[in-house]
Design a binder for this molecule. Structure first.
Ligand SMILES: Cc1cc2nc3c(=O)[nH]c(=O)nc-3n(C[C@H](O)[C@H](O)[C@H](O)COP(=O)(O)O)c2cc1C
Length: 175
């Protein structure tokens, strides 16, 4: 059968449309207080025979501290009208703001991890970190280092096993 060469960027764009608009990641530390931050860099797939969501979190994020403490997180795909939530959670830090309370987000403790899922979102994953890697210790191309890490502030990549997935009825019937 004839195959047509496609634009890789267009293909990736379609595949990761939701991710590029920003997803919401919740985490929780030892003090039991959850936090939410916007993520745009992540991947999902199969690793170590498990469904895995991989997220890259810079060392400077409060979320990084919480993930180091418990490794529990949830990934939440926002509704189309949640742009302001994505912006706020992507610019303000949980170090000095309770973003969940300030935004009035409805959260629920999931079954498998302590980090809550966000009920306002259409799809939720509950994830437990089963591996992590420091980007700084990887062999990166010089152009990646200069464009993404000009001042250090490296990423830790967390590999979260997806232990549970939730969605709303209207989304499931459209799949
Ligand atoms: C669209 C968008 C995507 C983002 N993606 C990431 C990401 O993948 N990793 C990361 O470390 N920071 C990312 N950020 C920045 C964090 O969301 C931002 O620094 C946030 O305020 C950190 O919150 P925290 O300190 O409460 O953890 C993104 C911001 C936006 C607006």
């Amino acid at each position: 059968m004839e195959r047509i060469e496609c634009s890789t960027t267009e293909f990736i764009k379609v595949m990761s449309d939701k991710l590029s608009h920003g997803l919401l990641l919740t985490s929780i530390g030892q003090n039991g207080k959850p936090n939410v931050m916007t993520i745009g860099w992540g991947l999902q797939g199969i690793l170590w025979r498990k469904p895995v969501f991989m997220v890259a979190v810079r060392h400077s994020r409060y979320t990084h501290k919480l993930l180091e403490e418990t490794g529990n997180f949830t990934v939440n795909i926002p509704r189309g009208d949640m742009g302001k939530v994505i912006d706020y959670c992507g610019t303000v830090s949980g170090r000095d703001h309770d973003k969940i309370v300030e935004l009035g987000l409805k959260t629920r403790i999931g079954k498998m991890v302590k980090a809550p899922i966000i009920e306002d979102c259409i799809i939720n994953y509950e994830c437990k970190t089963i591996g992590k890697a420091e980007i700084g210790s990887m062999l990166l191309d010089n152009d990646v280092i200069s464009s993404c890490y000009p001042k250090g502030d490296n990423h830790t990549v967390y590999y979260g096993e997806i232990l549970a997935t939730y969605s709303t009825k209207d989304v499931i019937t459209r799949l």
